[in-house]
Design a protein around this ligand. Structure first.
Ligand code: CA
Length: 416
């Protein structure tokens, strides 16, 4: 889990709006549950221990009540399952491309200086900006954006499974207040505390935010230069390689052994070329023995294939979802005038529910393909187990989990 959870916020925005409407309708303020005030006292003490002056910590936490919409949001996220193309389709449209290109023109001079200082391509930075906040438009939406301190206090006291994370973020937010970069009114964010144009969590802000416009404050809420340079600094500090791309779409030859698309094996572009891979669009593979890439097929052999360079992993540091990183990556290409993917997604496929994913994992284990515990999450181990099942039953071993695969696994004879 990365430190950025704003992605879920954007998916949940309509749900949050409904919850807010419901709360307004009820009129009665929810009573503060017993224990919340005591919890706030503990949080203020923790903040003081970590160097936040007592008046700042106590002033920010005094009299807060838990925000029910924030707690509901934490409970909704696990069930959200969308196909990868939904996320790309929603974020990459003629409108978002045109809006991003207008921002590239408007901020060209600043972006040039940011590129020179941090080595991150301007199209990538503007793509993050678009995906994170619609180039800042979301920041004015009161149904989505709320004060960060009450949200994080609600989470630190009401989401025991991740209390440590939320406590760290809350003390981070209080530290930002104490340092004077923002005041409580300005320090707004998603329900999970992701803030500003490019949605930094407070601890990430403290490590990576910069004052690029030189006014003495790191203001990722109102200063576009500060927000974009902070993102560039985050990426640079996370290992971004100047002058390299995130990767590219490739064509895969008939009869290719999809077990090589195992997400982890790095090969040089020359090695991939020798295996029959080629750029799907215009352009050519980068030269050089130091340029290596992994092959990823997000929806298996019937969808687009990608060779991913190390910079793609840096995008994943912002948000660990493949759908997110591919959206940022592809939007950056489209902003630069490059074409859409040549191959479409298998849009007729149905994604599995959490229950079905758990059933799939349990059945794969029963068939002798270990998944490392059935947790309802399809990770590298489960995809390896799927490839083993597929290879053993005459299917293309691409590791892709969807409804058709589950049917095949359910129909497979038990016993090894
Ligand atoms: Ca500034």
């Amino acid at each position: 889990m990365g430190s950025f959870m704003h992605l879920l916020l954007r998916r949940l925005a309509p749900a949050l709006a409904l919850l807010s409407a419901g709360a307004a309708h009820a009129q009665e303020p929810a009573p503060t549950p017993p224990g919340f005030e005591a919890c706030l006292g503990t949080l203020a003490a923790l903040a003081r221990e970590r160097g936040v002056p007592a008046p700042v910590a106590e002033g920010a936490l005094a009299g807060l009540t838990p925000d029910p919409a924030v707690l509901s949001a934490t409970k909704t996220q696990a069930e959200f399952v969308k196909p990868i193309w939904d996320y790309l389709d929603a974020n990459i449209t003629p409108e978002t491309i045109a809006a991003g290109q207008a921002k590239l023109a408007e901020w060209a001079e600043v972006l040039g200086r940011i590129e020179a200082a941090y080595g991150v391509d301007r199209h990538v930075l503007v793509a993050f900006w678009g995906v994170e906040s619609g180039y800042g438009t979301v920041l004015d939406n009161p149904a989505i954006v709320r004060p960060v301190i009450p949200s994080l206090a609600t989470l630190a006291c009401g989401d025991p499974g991740r209390a440590t994370l939320w406590r760290d973020e809350l003390t981070g937010a209080l530290t930002i207040l104490a340092q004077g970069d923002a005041d409580r009114e300005r320090m707004t964010g998603s329900w999970a505390g992701a803030m500003g144009h490019t949605q930094f969590m407070p601890t990430a802000f403290l490590k990576h935010a910069v004052d690029f416009d030189g006014d003495g404050r790191r203001d990722i809420w109102r200063s576009v230069p500060d927000a974009l340079a902070s993102t560039a600094n985050f990426l640079k500090n996370s290992g971004w390689r100047r002058g390299e791309s995130w990767g590219l779409e490739v064509t895969v030859p008939a009869g290719f052994d999809y077990r090589l698309a195992d997400e982890t094996t790095e090969r040089t572009f020359a090695e991939w070329q020798a295996l029959g891979l080629a750029p799907a669009g215009p352009g050519s593979f980068p030269d050089g023995a130091d340029r290596r890439a992994t092959l990823v097929v997000p929806t298996g052999a019937r969808g687009p294939a990608f060779l991913l360079e190390p910079n793609f992993k840096v995008i994943l540091r912002y948000n660990t979802a493949l759908s997110y990183a591919l959206t940022v990556a592809h939007l950056s290409d489209r902003l630069a005038g490059r074409p859409p993917f040549t191959r479409d997604w298998p849009r007729g496929d149905r994604m599995l529910t959490t229950e079905e994913r758990t059933d799939l994992q349990t059945r794969l284990e029963a068939l002798g393909h270990p998944v490392g515990g059935a947790d309802g999450k399809i990770g590298p181990k489960t995809r390896a187990a799927i490839r083993a099942f597929q290879a053993g039953s005459g299917r293309v071993p691409d590791g892709y989990a969807e409804a058709g695969l589950l049917e095949a696994v359910r129909a497979a004879p038990q016993g090894r």
